[in-house]
Design a protein around this ligand. Sequence first.
Ligand SMILES: [Zn+2]
Length: 352
Amino acid sequence: MTPPPRSQRFRRRIEGRGRPIELSELPLGQRTDLRLPIYQDALSRPLEVPFIVLRGRHPGPTLGLSAAIHGNELNGIKIIHHVLEELDPSELHGSLVCAPVSNVLAYEAGQRRFPIDEVDLNHVFPGKKEGTPSEQYARAFATTFLPPLDYLVDIHTASEGRVNSFYVRADLHQEEAKEMALRINPEIVLHSRSGDGTLRNAARARGIPAVTLEAGNPSVFQGRMVLEGELGVLNILAWLRITRQEPPQPVDRDPIICGSSKWLRTTCGGLLETHFQLRDTISKSQLLAEVSDPFGYRVATYSAPSPGVVIGMSKSPVAVPGMRYCHLGAVGEPASPRGRAAASKAEETRTP
Ligand SMILES: [Zn+2]
């Protein structure tokens, strides 16, 4: 057989990158495993990203699950695998599109950032066609993964050196995102409008309700986090009526709602000792942490600036000024969008 002219081969390779997953091209009632070209190496070889699609036999919405946007955040991969084990595609009323290893190069390197340019991929979505290496990867990933979705759960963990409670970030002013967050039944639901550059924001810009699930710690598989993540996703699938069987019994608790949060930071270098645990309820002025110098003398103490609940914390005792040591959530529903707009306006007016 005569090979196609070089110009055509070239065009095909370029067109293949970032082509949306087309559910209608995949078999009904089956699971399809795909490796799709998202990037290229310096030998012009495609860098393929794994996607798993379960196309239900019956019509219904499509839920997206993504993990390892930060390459060392592994619990989400296992959550996706466990969810898939529970599902029979021939019984689904709708579909699932899963990206278990979203940031392939960072995953291979065992690190958070996209290794070519050391950029946080979750800061550059939706990416740019002719942008930096990470922007081009992000664009091809987003244009492949997002178009078929009606809902998205993007699964993360804490970053290196920190630990997290099992919590969800969602825009609580958005009804469907709030419902998804509550269905996951996490320890804490934190109101957060999706930050610029996140996959969640890129989904939101396409009208896809999306939440970020923060499931534990980086670089490990944690059984409890994986189990709770699996239960949470199965609950969302039942709520969306993609699955019709009774959802599994959730962990018995009511999520704590936080309307906002802030990271507390050290101002001195030295050895940090914290006096709180994840999920602790903190009162205003409570002693949270102290820093000692290498001679053992205390050089700083830190008290809570406001009451709250501990969402995440540093686990490293070695501190420099500016290190984040406590992610403190303010318990309560978020301010209304109108109130928030007024508050940010007031802030704007104060800015010189
Ligand atoms: Zn992450």
